[in-house]
Design a protein around this ligand. Structure first.
Ligand SMILES: [Zn+2]
Length: 449
């Protein structure tokens, strides 16, 4: 039991200070330089008596693990976040992205949302539990990784391959949740329970070269154009799952812009595309589209280097995102069908990650659910599948459930929320930061008691 009352005002001041300092450490990936962030966290943890292990997968690519010892009755809980951030175009920001500026009630900077604020929430929870003398029935592992934004090769993937003994846990709390979207006076909190897999594919086209002044029919470039057009117009068959059903049922009842039955029509193969088109919120529309379909988006095109020369070869690259249950072979098969045998091309997989999923009939998920409601009487927790990959997949692949904690309390539309993630002027409100700490504290306390 916690023996000391927590002074939340002091906690807020401490968390704001720590987050602001953490943002000021430039961990833009590439190059990452996460070691600076890891050492920063180490100093704070050691200041409160925690032992830390800092591991570099390569010079500068730091990861840090620390552990709050429990009595071992229950399996460990791992609190995960990543140290690296995506690049920021400083000239497009109102304040420098690595200033950690505290302005009125907000903390500004790259990483304020993704994912340093979560790191500070997890850190503060650990410190508060220790300061309060909490008797935990589980070990609580703190893990901060590098390289999440570039796929985790130097971070979580490397840790899982080389130091799994240090991070082996029964469940994981990570980024990926979305907090407090106000829909018809209900605050919807989205808990990431699954994520799509990525499959990056290159299609290479061959043709007869020649002088462009004397065309002799289709060229590799025109063949590629036909294929790109087909892929762009293609819609994958609808795929539903218990998560998408729960998401749509949860959302349908609260939204106002469409009749509930119409919204539920998203789950029907014939009505789904039209129902999607009627959703006014772009963010919600995109998220639903990505949850219901495999997607195929042509992104890179290369061919020819002189205007009057027909090249003998050209290629395009397709960003494919696959739903749980799919794999690169099935996605290539689908891509071929989408192209309808319209041209010959060679297929190369440039990179892929498997889709992963955690069930929601777990104690941790239900504690997240009740806690979110305890902290916001208008809250409703809804599971969702994210289109982007997070470090959670390295744990889910090993059968460890991982959940994206809906960390913030923002009465925002989904699109404005999503824009903040890798966009300009990333920031987090102090209110949200405190909300996240309090909610996460209760979740960990309850789950580990
Ligand atoms: Zn992130």
């Amino acid at each position: 039991m916690v023996t000391r009352e927590i002074n939340w005002q002091e906690v807020t001041a401490e968390a704001v200070r720590v987050l602001s300092q953490y943002i000021r450490i430039d961990t833009t990936n590439p190059p990452g330089n996460e070691i600076e962030g890891a050492l920063f966290l180490k100093e704070i943890l050691e200041g409160d008596g925690f032992e830390c292990i800092v591991l570099e997968s390569e010079k500068g690519r730091g990861n840090i693990v620390s552990r709050y010892k429990g009595d071992g009755t229950l399996s460990p809980l791992l609190l995960l976040h990543h140290i690296d951030v995506v690049p920021a175009e400083a000239d497009k920001w109102d304040y420098p992205p690595f200033s950690g500026k505290v302005l009125k009630d907000e903390i500004w900077g790259r990483g304020a949302f993704d994912c340093k604020s979560l790191g500070v929430m997890e850190l503060m929870v650990l410190l508060l539990l220790k300061r309060g003398g909490f008797k935990s029935r589980r070990d609580i592992i703190f893990l901060a990784t590098g390289d999440e934004e570039a796929g985790g090769k130097h971070g979580a993937e490397w840790m899982a391959k080389n130091h799994f003994d240090l991070i082996n846990a029964g469940s994981v709390v990570n980024e990926g949740g979305v907090g407090g979207l106000t829909v018809n006076r209900k605050n919807l909190y989205l808990c990431q329970t699954a994520e799509k897999g990525v499959c990056w594919i290159r299609l290479t086209f061959q043709g007869t070269p020649g002088h462009a002044s004397m065309p002799g029919g289709p060229t590799c470039v025109s063949d590629m154009a036909t294929v790109i057009e087909r892929i762009s117009k293609y819609r994958s068959p609808l795929q539903t799952s218990p998560i998408t059903t729960k998401f749509i049922e949860g959302f349908a009842r609260e939204q106002r812009f469409m009749k509930e039955e119409r919204f539920q029509g998203l789950l029907d193969g014939t009505t789904s595309p039209d129902s999607l088109d009627e959703i006014p919120d772009k963010g919600l529309k995109n998220i639903l589209n990505s949850m219901l379909y495999n997607t195929f988006v042509p992104t890179v095109v290369r061919g020819g280097n002189k205007t009057n020369v027909i090249p003998s070869e050209c290629y395009c690259e397709i960003d494919c995102r696959m739903l749980p249950g799919e794999n690169p072979d099935s996605i290539i098969q689908e891509l071929k069908e989408a192209c309808g045998g319209s041209a010959d091309f060679d297929i190369e997989i440039l990179g892929s990650s498997v889709p992963t999923e955690s069930g929601i009939s777990t104690e941790l998920y239900s504690i997240i659910d009740t806690t979110v409601k305890k902290h916001d009487s208008e809250a409703k927790l809804i599971p969702f599948i994210s289109a982007g990959a997070t470090d959670s997949r390295f744990f889910r692949e090993k059968g460890i459930p991982a959940y994206g904690f809906p960390q913030l309390k923002v009465g925002d539309s989904l699109s404005s929320h999503l824009e903040k993630m890798h966009g300009h002027n990333e920031r987090v409100s102090i209110d949200s930061l405190l909300h996240g700490i309090r909610a996460l504290y209760d979740i960990v306390f309850e789950f580990c008691s």
